[in-house]
Design a protein. Structure first.
Length: 691
């Protein structure tokens, strides 16, 4: 396929490339500093960045002390600004540089915004540190001391103040606000109000000397501010060339997005640096729309927010195809082993404690569960056993039933029997074939007379017989039925409605996606809490092909499952990816496909979760991604919502959300998938026309 289609550009999908630069400086040499700023700005713009942030007082250097009171130096700074504006007039980017500027008979520590050769705005520092090693009030006035709202500088007249937003109309969602160093370290940073006024990119020009442990605190501040404001936060601290008379500098640069660190510089580097990240502006806006408390905060400060001035920038979206951010293949499964274990610990215990509370409130001491020998029922059985342990009850109170049908393989049958025995639960077997045959005969179905007609009725009769038995067993034993179906199956409608595997008294797996369930089981193995015999069985189950086991093999070979679920509804790797980005962020199908392309196109790129089998470490090309995404859209939006609207109770596990109609996902059962299918079909046809 040709790569010149807009689909391949990051800007087409709501991303913007942002850069933070750490130039070398010379103290009191604005001409040199301006030249280094120009060089790095051009490098950043050439790589597609539309915002380039530089350190505080970068044109003069920060550590000038009383040299700031020298007219010669201040004149040289203004000349450096003139030269920089002229030298960058052709750059398609907003440059944010630091300079000491004279205004109204005082000196202000300023962030100067340049675009297309013009000074488009000047932001003075709001809060001046005057404690310990800092004494900025010796030289500078604070923003609140200014009288007017414009400034004459470098031969130009520009807006002046802390209420300026820079917006690029051609790049939807790009609204930039600037603050300086100490402004972030205050109880109410100015950027907080700017975010409420619509700023999505918050930039901090800083000097910030380094002391032991300070970098961690800086990072935490930036991450926290980006999370609180649901914004990108860019930070640039002074580095190479600042005076070390009494202080040291580490050149710390950060790009954060809504609590996530996207890029970070090498500290104490001997060379100039630029860091880049592609910030997802659409994702930020989507999250703000969902966070009602964010909107409520806007109302609390309406008058202050109305005073914001908006400067329109002539920046155009460049055509950039290399996405500079990590797109996790498994959004529900962290790549980092330590983080993954922590998440699995939490998910597992949420499941266990959810079931414990339901048993207590229902006044029961027993549970009934169907065990197939597959992933989902295995995890649910482990949860049920651990719940009994926590309640101080016998594991025999878990009434576990394996219920072989017409297509149950010898492998899963062995798995189920071995797992029940190893865990020490009450293990039973009920052959559902006689009752299923009777149902088929009652229906007049050909399979009731032994004919190989394996349609959806044939499949659902088996699923219904299993669930019917489980509910009646629960009645008989004064127990509740523990459901086993997972989030991925609910999303795709891959479950039998009503008296089928869609229903239970309480479903511990309801908000756990298939890709995470595998790792929950691996976590249980690593924890060693059940011992070697259980772990051996769990390894066998993890290696078993995912299958509904409802249609017999054509060759009558029952050793392994005949059906392969992922050949029918798509690889769960991709479908969980689609589920996450469509339900969590409401992205267009084309954007989900773009993200999947970057995540999955190269099996050798990036890391894989520990323990994932080699045959699962596969790549998907764009046509395959689009095919299975279309399947997902049709199944999710068109044919399966009615199953979710009637789903049983179960605990929400992850921040990726659940599909409960009482919680994260509320949708009409009779909606149409037409608009989603039309969007992806247009893309497929466009790409085909281009070859």
């Amino acid at each position: 396929m040709h790569r010149n289609h807009p689909f391949y550009s990051i800007y087409y999908h709501g991303f913007a490339r942002l850069a933070v630069a750490i130039p070398a400086v010379r103290i009191a040499e604005p001409a040199f500093n301006g030249e280094r700023t120009r060089a790095l700005a051009r490098r950043a713009a050439d790589e597609g960045a539309v915002v380039v942030l530089f350190p505080e007082l970068g044109l003069s250097a920060y550590s000038n002390d009383d040299l700031f009171q020298q007219t010669t130096l201040l004149d040289a700074v203004e000349q450096a600004l003139i030269d920089l504006a002229a030298a960058t007039h052709d750059l398609n980017a907003l440059l944010l540089v630091g300079a000491p500027l004279r205004h109204e008979g005082r000196l202000f520590n300023c962030a100067v915004a340049l675009c297309s050769g013009q000074i488009v705005g000047v932001t003075p520092k709001s809060y001046l540190p005057n404690y310990r090693e800092f004494y900025e009030k010796r030289h500078f006035a604070a923003a609140r001391d200014a009288i007017g709202d414009t400034i004459s500088v470098a031969g130009q007249r520009a807006p002046f103040g802390t209420n300026i937003l820079y917006e690029a109309e051609a790049i939807p969602g790009l609204a930039v606000y600037v603050e300086l160093c100490e402004d972030l370290w205050t109880p109410l940073p100015p950027s907080t109000f700017a975010a409420l006024a619509g700023a999505t990119v918050l930039c901090n020009l800083s000097a910030s000397n380094i002391t032991i442990g300070k970098a961690d605190y800086r990072r935490a501040l930036c991450l926290s501010q980006s999370a609180r404001t649901i914004a990108a936060y860019l930070y640039s601290a002074a580095g190479l060339g600042e005076s070390t008379t009494d202080l040291a500098w580490d050149g710390h640069a950060l790009i954060c997005e809504n609590g996530e660190l996207l890029a970070e510089s090498r500290r104490f580097c001997d060379d100039e640096q630029i860091i880049f990240a592609d910030v997802d502006l659409e994702r930020l806006i989507q999250d703000r729309m969902r966070q009602t408390s964010f909107s409520d905060s806007i109302g609390d400060y309406r008058e202050r927010l109305r005073a914001m001035r908006r400067i329109t920038l002539p920046i155009k979206p460049p055509f950039v195809t290399d996405l500079r951010r990590t797109v996790a293949r498994f959004p529900y499964v962290p790549d980092d082993p330590a983080t993954r274990d922590e998440r699995c610990y939490e998910a597992y215990n949420i499941q266990v404690h959810g079931l414990i509370q339901r048993m207590r409130s229902a006044g029961v001491t027993k549970v009934v569960i169907g065990v197939s020998g597959g992933l989902d029922s295995t995890q649910a059985l482990i949860v049920a056993v651990r719940a009994m342990d926590r309640l101080g009850l016998s594991r025999q109170n878990v009434l576990a039933y394996t219920m072989p049908g017409f297509a149950t393989s010898a492998q899963t049958h062995r798995n189920a029997q071995a797992l029940m025995a190893a865990l020490g639960v009450s293990a039973y077997e009920i052959d559902i074939r006689p009752s299923a045959l009777q149902m088929l005969r009652d229906l007049g179905h050909p399979a009731g007379e032994g004919k190989p007609v394996y349609d959806v009725t044939f499949e659902n009769v088996q699923a219904g017989e299993r669930t019917s038995h489980l509910f009646r067993l629960a009645n008989y034993h004064n127990a509740i039925v523990v459901g086993t179906g997972d989030l991925s199956e609910l999303a795709l409608g891959w479950c039998t409605y009503g008296v089928g595997d869609q229903m239970s008294h309480y479903n511990v797996n309801a908000s756990v996606p298939k890709t995470l369930i595998q790792h929950l089981i691996r976590y249980v193995i690593r924890s060693g809490e059940f011992g070697g015999e259980v772990n051996k069985v769990l390894e066998e189950i993890l290696a078993t092909e995912i299958s509904p086991e409802l249609v017999p093999a054509a060759d009558n070979n029952d050793d392994k499952p005949a059906q392969r679920t992922e050949e029918i509804i798509g690889p769960y790797d991709l479908q969980d990816f689609n589920l996450y980005y469509i339900t969590r962020y409401g992205f267009r199908p084309s954007k989900v496909a773009f993200l999947a392309m970057h995540a999955w196109r190269d099996a050798d790129r990036g890391s894989w979760p520990e323990g994932l089998p080699e045959h699962k470490r596969r790549a998907y090309d764009l046509p395959i991604i689009l095919h299975w995404l279309r399947v997902f859209l049709y199944r999710f939006f068109q044919i399966s919502q009615f199953k979710r609207s009637a789903m049983p109770n179960g605990p929400k596990v992850g921040s990726g959300g659940s599909l409960s109609p009482r919680g994260d996902w509320r949708a009409p059962s009779d909606a149409s998938a037409a608009v989603w299918l039309a969007e992806i079909d247009r893309l497929i046809e466009d790409l085909k026309r281009q070859g």
